[in-house]
Design a protein around this ligand. Structure first.
Ligand code: GLC
Length: 340
């Protein structure tokens, strides 16, 4: 009996040792598993023309879960979600955000995260801010106070972008100062949240190069690229005067111009030691599709060669890469974005 107990004791000890050593070799140490820091955005699509319209659907596109599936399967790691919060927030007091819109953004963000996609949530089309910043900066801060609280417990995959394409009275100095104030507010509760900072002058390279970003290791600088504008916006009637259709693009000098701009942007990025995101680029649908694909492919390759993550503008409605009527990718555009 004593021997048996002894043997059982030894067997138990051996089992425990085996379990401990196998646990050590598979390194499952304690309750908090190690998570490597999330890499910033690499390949991203703007889910444009949906929530930056006054109401989703007004501009002919409503976001569907299948679109997020399709993006994931095609090789995108991130969606950028432009939202016109300013049309759905109170005008005074705490500038209360509309609960229905918050529930809608929750649903899109939750679904994208269930597919392991990052989401960049922004404030888009806040034109009153650009016209009357002295009245609206406080309101933007109030909007972010609520968004930061609402999404406080969301994982790092959710990225905030404070405001899209500041312009007009939102000068470089005003934009830098506002960015700093909103970052400080978010940092009170979320020291590790990635925050994208757009720069003044419509997020152009000119605005980027004049900006003075805060020193914060979880900032992503952002700029937009639509040069030459007369090419990328040919036939875009929302812009007046509308650039005429028929401008061609694609000789060596055209490509060199983009390469030069990208070198300047990369040098700025290196000086500030912060990741740089090409948050928007695209060509309006009136240009021939081969021309669109040529420009998009060149910009995307130059972005990757310079180490910039990028977000194509856009998916459906206009500046399209996907044809929702045919339920099919616009193949030359898809290939320009994703193929080697
Ligand atoms: C900006 C505008 C958007 C426009 C795009 C291309 O993001 O906010 O409305 O479609 O640039 O011009």
């Amino acid at each position: 009996m004593g021997k048996l107990r002894n043997r059982l004791g030894r067997a138990t000890l051996a089992l425990v040792c085996a379990l401990v050593s196998s646990a050590a070799s598979t390194s499952v140490p304690d309750a908090t598993p190690y998570e490597p820091p999330m890499p910033p955005v690499q390949r991203c699509m703007n889910l444009s023309s949906a929530l930056e319209a006054p109401y989703e659907g007004d501009w002919g596109y409503t976001i569907r879960n299948e679109d997020i599936d399709r993006l994931k399967e095609a090789g995108f790691d991130t969606i950028r979600l432009p939202v016109r919060w300013s049309a759905h927030a109170g005008r005074w007091g705490r500038y209360k955000l509309n609960k229905g819109l918050l529930a809608r953004t929750d649903a899109i963000i939750d679904y994208a995260m269930s597919r392991d996609m990052n989401v960049i949530l922004n404030v888009h089309h806040y034109s009153e801010l650009n016209n009357w910043p002295w009245r609206h900066e406080r309101r933007l801060e109030g909007i972010w106070k609520q968004l930061a609280a609402h999404y406080e417990d969301y994982p790092d995959r959710l990225i905030f972008e404070i405001v899209n394409e500041p312009n007009g009275k939102m000068t470089v100095q005003r934009t830098d100062a506002l960015n700093k104030r909103v970052v400080a507010r978010i940092r009170k509760t979320q020291p590790d949240r990635w925050i994208v900072l757009a720069t003044a002058e419509w997020g152009s390279i000119a605005g980027l190069l004049q900006s003075q970003p805060p020193s914060d290791p979880r900032i992503i600088l952002s700029w937009h690229y639509y040069e030459p504008f007369v090419f990328t916006h040919q036939g875009a009637e929302f812009f007046r005067p509308t650039p005429p259709i028929g401008t061609n693009w694609g000789d060596t000098a055209d490509v060199d111009r983009i390469a030069k701009d990208f070198r300047l942007a990369a040098a700025f990025r290196d000086k500030h030691n912060l990741p740089l995101l090409l948050g928007e680029f695209g060509v309006f649908d009136a240009a021939p599709v081969e021309q669109r694909a040529k420009w998009i492919g060149s910009v995307r390759h130059l972005a990757e060669a310079n180490g910039f993550g990028w977000c194509h503008w856009g998916l459906s409605s206009n500046f399209r890469s996907y044809d929702a009527d045919k339920e099919a990718w616009i193949e030359p555009v898809r290939a320009a974005l994703l193929d080697d």
